[in-house]
Design a protein around this ligand. Structure first.
Ligand code: ARG
Ligand code: ASP
Length: 723
């Protein structure tokens, strides 16, 4: 049975009973008018859905770009200044940093356009238009098809549609599934390729509180960085060139100097990456009670080792800064998520709903629907051991840096074995590996990796049940090394060449196809290969087969839930397409007897200050501005300088850097995080504790103007002061 898109839209627009409360929901911009405008205006919004998203006139959407591949950014000036988070620009800031020019630590400010730094490879993507294309994409698809046939048909339809579009257009087109494949939209985008770094605060502002405060409210992080889009002389997207000029956008955000009050309406407009709000209890149980705890332990082990060495040596700290931030981020997120689901008794809530669902299906005599839950139970039962094994492989075995590095040589070995005369392909592969090698050794510190190997192999071996999903080297450690992980690590590092720049360089420089045998004998390569083989032969295929069945069941379950509750408003799970979330500024109670206010101030930075702890160092300059209360027009009515605020907008990863807008559509903040108690919002949203965290836009302006003395940048912005 196929859900026609017309039926779908009809289902979506019947909004007689609202079960959604607080800020739950990530809404499709082109459907705002039908689905949300009325409610948004009742909540205080003074603009229209057409002001937010329009294909007929310039609208807010023209100033929002996907930043790189994982964040959101917004244009805030007539000359294409692009604002995003510090943690989104982090990788690029780090690339420009050395011990002598440590922009990560000291910040960076271009004092004129000539000083802005290019970032090869960095892109920013603008949505030109989205179109509903469900009917074209599902053409020729019928419910009797196998998952594979269905996927092939959808793919063929997608290719036809997008290539047809692209042949007459300068833009790119892609198609994404919504509502678990019950609807499809085509996204038409323009990709900008010359994005230059304009400014970044020092880490003790941009990352104030570091990984310690990450995912937490009250928060005092000035998490922003500033870039600029450049285009060719005709205003078209172009690769970097000295001759490029600043982009003149169709729209850029006016910036409000008014701040926000408790309960104010706000909305977030950006690129949420992935949520899973419609999963069955079995899935939530697997994620929060099995997968997360396993990964938390593995990551914590790694992080402790990173920190131990970073504290001793600033050079090591720079090398491992990005790695630490990356590993730590989801480590902490997973702790919050599992805790949050538990606190809201989420699994039982899901179970209650599922009972209700199955009863409804039985009463309506729908056999297909009444079998959904037992089928989910069976499939998740099958998935569990396979998923656990692959997560241990990824987060245990492959998290050891030399092993991961060795795994990139699979292709060279394959080429050398199968096609030794194809010198061209082999040379190209060598060139790729050399590039990778340079990046690897720039940020590698062997003592860390050795300790990581010893510790992770122990966890991997001890926690994975014996059997077909364990790579052979783990039993070697148990039998031949008597469980001595350190001895095994010493053996690997004494023999491998993947930990040694000089050896590897020499190997690649003098590479001949028959030398692949040397790789095959390398112990790190062997470990990588055992895992790779295990994944290819078993885990990968099994996981894909089970996930395919789960996906097609989930598609039916999604449709069924919408049929069961025809009066509810449903939003599709996040899928890295542009969405609008809206809610109110507000604090929350994280636990009994405690209430957190909705904003933080510079006062709080001073309270947290600790010159001995890297994450809480405050520079003399900031202290001086604090002591002289030199806040200028950035001070709040209460006289203090607001740093961050919390609100009930439903956000997730990818929303970082998103503009937070007030009732007039003016910029009041930049989203960068969520509170820890609410991180389960990717699975289940709880309006009482789910809060997004934003930097107060006035703090951003204060840092640019007063702190960095780069106030010249404000000349190209539009600041709004009401009185
Ligand atoms: N938790 C935020 C988000 O998921 C910020 C992460 C970057 N900050 C950090 N301290 N690691 O991306
Ligand atoms: N910090 C996240 C990001 O980088 C946002 C979130 O997960 O709330 O996108």
């Amino acid at each position: 049975m196929k859900l026609r898109s017309s039926v779908l839209v009809a289902l979506l627009v019947i909004i007689s009973r609202l079960t959604l409360i607080g800020g739950e929901g990530m809404w499709i911009p082109m459907l705002l008018q039908q689905m949300n405008e009325k409610e948004m205006q009742e909540m205080g919004m003074k603009i229209t859905a057409e002001d937010i998203y329009s294909i007929n006139k310039s609208s807010l959407k023209d100033a929002i770009l996907l930043f790189g591949r994982g964040c959101t950014s917004e244009i805030i000036s007539k000359d294409g200044l692009l604002l995003t988070n510090h943690h989104c620009g982090f990788g690029n800031i780090q690339k420009h940093s050395t011990v002598d020019h440590d922009y990560l630590t000291d910040g960076f400010w271009a004092m004129n356009k000539g000083e802005e730094l290019p970032n090869p490879g960095l892109t920013a993507t603008l949505l030109i238009e989205m179109r509903e294309v469900t009917d074209s994409i599902l053409q020729g698809v019928d419910e009797k098809m196998s998952m594979k046939e269905r996927q092939l048909q959808i793919k063929a339809n997608t290719v036809r549609l997008t290539s047809n579009f692209e042949k007459d257009s300068p833009y790119k087109a892609s198609v994404k599934p919504f509502f678990k494949g019950n609807a499809y939209y085509m996204l038409i985008t323009e990709v900008f390729k010359d994005i230059r770094l304009v400014g970044a605060p020092p880490s003790n502002i941009g990352k104030f509180g570091g990984d310690t405060d990450n995912w937490m409210w009250p928060r005092h992080t000035g998490d922003f960085s500033l870039f600029r889009i450049y285009v060719d002389k005709d205003g078209n997207s172009a690769e970097y060139s000295e001759d490029n000029v600043p982009y003149q956008p169709k729209f850029y955000f006016p910036i409000s100097l008014e701040g926000v009050e408790e309960e104010d309406f706000t909305f977030v407009f950006g690129y949420p990456a992935r949520t899973n709000e419609y999963l069955p209890s079995y899935a939530v149980e697997l994620i929060t009670e099995i997968g997360n705890p396993n990964k938390i332990e593995l990551r914590e082990t790694r992080l402790d080792i990173f920190s131990k060495y970073s504290e001793k040596d600033p050079a090591v700290r720079i090398k491992y800064a990005t790695k630490h931030a990356r590993v730590s981020n989801y480590w902490k997120k997973m702790i919050g998520e599992s805790g949050g689901v538990k606190r809201m008794d989420g699994i039982n809530k899901k179970k209650d709903f599922e009972n209700e669902f199955t009863n409804w299906a039985k009463q309506s005599g729908n056999d297909q629907y009444s079998l959904i839950m037992p089928e989910f139970e069976r499939l998740y039962g099958e998935l569990t051991p396979v998923k656990v094994a692959s997560e241990y492989m990824m987060e245990g075995g492959m998290a050891i840096e030399v092993i991961k590095a060795a795994s990139y040589y699979f292709n060279l070995v394959k080429l050398s074995k199968d096609d030794p005369n194809n010198i061209e392909a082999i040379d190209a592969e060598i060139a790729k590996l050399k590039k990778r090698k340079a990046a690897f050794f720039k940020d590698y510190y062997k003592p860390i990796d050795e300790e990581v190997m010893t510790s992770l192999l122990k966890l991997y071996n001890e926690n994975m049940p014996d059997g077909e999903y364990k790579p052979a080297f783990l039993s070697t450690i148990s039998t031949k090394y008597n469980g001595d992980y350190k001895a095994y690590t010493n053996y690997v590092f004494s023999k491998t060449m993947f930990d040694d720049d000089a050896k590897l360089t020499e190997f690649l420089d003098s590479y001949k196809p028959k030398k692949y045998k040397k790789l095959m004998k390398d112990p790190a390569y062997k470990m990588a290969m055992e895992m790779g083989d295990l994944f290819r032969a078993k885990l990968g295929g099994q996981m894909k087969a089970i996930n395919n069945s789960i996906d097609s069941l989930q598609r039916i379950y999604m449709k069924a839930q919408m049929e069961m509750k025809p009066d509810d408003r449903f939003y599709p799970d996040a899928n890295f397409t542009l969405r609008v979330s809206y809610g109110n500024v507000g604090g929350y109670s994280p636990k009994d007897a405690v209430y957190y206010k909705h904003f933080t101030t510079l006062e709080g930075i001073m309270e947290k200050e600790d010159p001995d702890i890297y994450d809480y160092v405050v520079t003399d300059r900031l202290r001086e501005l604090y002591e002289t209360k030199d806040y200028g027009q950035y001070a709040d009515k209460d006289g203090s300088l607001h740093v961050g605020f919390a609100a009930s907008n439903h956000t997730t990863g990818g929303n970082s850097g998103s503009p937070v807008l007030n009732a007039n559509g003016e910029l009041v903040g930049v989203n960068f995080d969520r509170c820890w108690e609410g991180t389960m919002s990717d699975l289940m949203y709880d309006p009482s504790v789910c809060r997004n965290i934003s930097i107060d836009i006035r703090y951003f302006l204060f840092i640019v103007d007063k702190y960095a003395r780069a106030g010249y940048l404000l000349d190209e912005m539009k600041l709004i002061k009401n009185n």
